[in-house]
Design a protein around this ligand. Structure first.
Ligand code: ZN
Length: 231
């Protein structure tokens, strides 16, 4: 028998959630804890203009009647950015440059408005590392639950970025049919990945391909749910 809820019940998420902090504008930061020790923490929506990451993890969570055994989920690490449709948070900070890694830099962060455009759109990395409530809360959460691996979802660079080709990378490559890269090709000081490296937690960044939402559901939701159910 399938451990998953039928399609007719997948309109809602029924696994319990906990609040792990609140955003600059006071939105609750939610986390869906696993039943047992967290081996993998999946994080979406750290960049508010990548809502497809939240969409995909939401579709995955809706398969579950009870929480996954060993996987925790943050559906949206930057709710203020998501409701404004901005990459940064409400204070214009790129949260993925605000983590307290030794390579944190005060230099302006430049990103692209779309893949074909030059990297010229400016955001702040914060006044200092951990200047933002969303980053502080996420660091506390990760330290508290101490997962073996953080899987951070982004889009749309179409690759899996991780320091080593681990078991998790291989499994995610199989699910998403994405190439593994050792580096994304530009500097990312103060990123979640840099901080995890120094905290001895594996971090795998999944850059989803540039596809429509229906294709995310059709191509990946079931296989990602199955992977998560078996971790
Ligand atoms: Zn991103």
């Amino acid at each position: 028998m399938s451990p998953f809820r039928p399609n007719s019940c997948r309109g809602t998420i029924v696994v319990p959630k906990e609040v792990y902090g609140s955003s600059e504008l006071g939105a609750p930061l939610y986390y869906f804890p696993p039943q047992k020790k967290c081996s993998h923490l999946f994080i979406a929506g750290i960049h508010g203009e990548e809502p497809e990451t939240t969409f995909l993890l939401s579709r995955v969570l809706r398969f579950f009647q009870t929480p996954p055994l060993h996987v925790g989920v943050v559906l949206c690490a930057n709710p203020d950015g998501m409701i404004h449709g901005t990459r940064g948070n409400a204070r214009g900070v790129d949260l993925n440059r605000n983590f307290p890694a030794s390579n944190w830099s005060s230099k302006t962060v430049y990103s692209r408005l779309c893949l074909e455009f030059p990297r010229e759109t400016a955001l702040s990395p914060g006044e200092k590392a951990l200047s933002e409530p969303e980053t502080i809360a996420l660091c506390h959460l990760i330290k508290k639950i101490n997962p073996e691996c953080v899987v951070s979802l982004h889009a749309p660079l179409n690759c899996i970025d991780a320091r080593i080709k681990s078991k998790t990378v291989l499994a995610l490559q199989h699910i998403f049919a994405l190439d593994w890269v050792e580096s994304i090709g530009y500097e990312t000081p103060g990123s979640l990945g840099s901080w995890c490296d120094e905290t001895q937690i594996e971090c795998v960044t999944v850059e989803l391909p540039r596809v429509d939402l229906e294709s995310l559901e059709k191509n990946y939701a079931y296989s990602l749910a199955t992977y998560i159910a078996n971790l």
